[in-house]
Design a binder for this molecule. Structure first.
Ligand SMILES: CC(C)(COP(=O)(O)OP(=O)(O)OC[C@H]1O[C@@H](n2cnc3c(N)ncnc32)[C@H](O)[C@@H]1OP(=O)(O)O)[C@@H](O)C(=O)NCCC(=O)NCCS
Length: 152
């Protein structure tokens, strides 16, 4: 059953919870850059991101509590999405709900990179409608909609 939740833009006041989710062990294992990020570096990154038209950031909330985030980074002809659910909110289908809503709002092609051992994320991406385009350097490249393909 769908959990009622709100999708809103990230604000600078979300910095602390976004950093905690980013530095969570499971999130780091799923990321290209697995380093622990300092608060100072994170605030700088978030401030710049909020000013940029090359990046969009959302928070999903359930009952006023932040439970997940999604980032869209501008590519030449698409947005690249990446997502994280708060550690304490995982296992409830929240990533699917967040992404199913977001893909309906974004009217340009989307791509997502997922590591092959990230089964939960693969399932979420495929359930939302992403289709595997290619595997390169040990990473799965997903595209949405299906007629869109990444060119090298
Ligand atoms: C990956 C992540 C976003 C998934 O979020 P979630 O909403 O909690 O996902 P769920 O736990 O509800 O799992 C989604 C699906 O995968 C399935 N699943 C989860 N772990 C699984 C496993 N180890 N083996 C098989 N299936 C699994 C669930 O049963 C569910 O299937 P369903 O849609 O058929 O019910 C979340 O775990 C997370 O934030 N991880 C760290 C960051 C990350 O990996 N981000 C994505 C980078 S690409």
């Amino acid at each position: 059953m769908a959990i009622p939740f709100l999708l809103r833009p990230v604000q600078i006041t979300d910095a602390e919870c976004l950093l905690a989710w980013r530095n969570d062990t499971v999130t780091r294992e799923a990321s290209h850059n697995q380093d622990i990020i300092s608060l100072e570096a994170h605030i700088k990154w978030l401030s710049n991101s909020l000013k940029s038209d090359q990046r969009l950031l959302w928070i999903a909330e359930v009952d006023g509590i932040a439970v997940a985030t999604c980032r869209a980074d501008r590519l030449e002809n698409a947005w690249e999405l990446s997502w994280t659910v708060a550690p304490e909110a995982r296992g409830k289908g929240i990533a699917y709900q967040m992404l199913a809503n977001l893909v309906r709002c974004l009217d340009e092609p989307l791509v997502a990179q997922v590591k092959p051992d990230n089964i939960a994320s693969i399932k979420v991406a495929e359930r939302v409608g992403f289709v595997l385009d290619k595997q390169e350097n040990g990473v799965l490249f997903y595209v949405y909609p299906t007629m869109f393909s990444i060119t090298d």
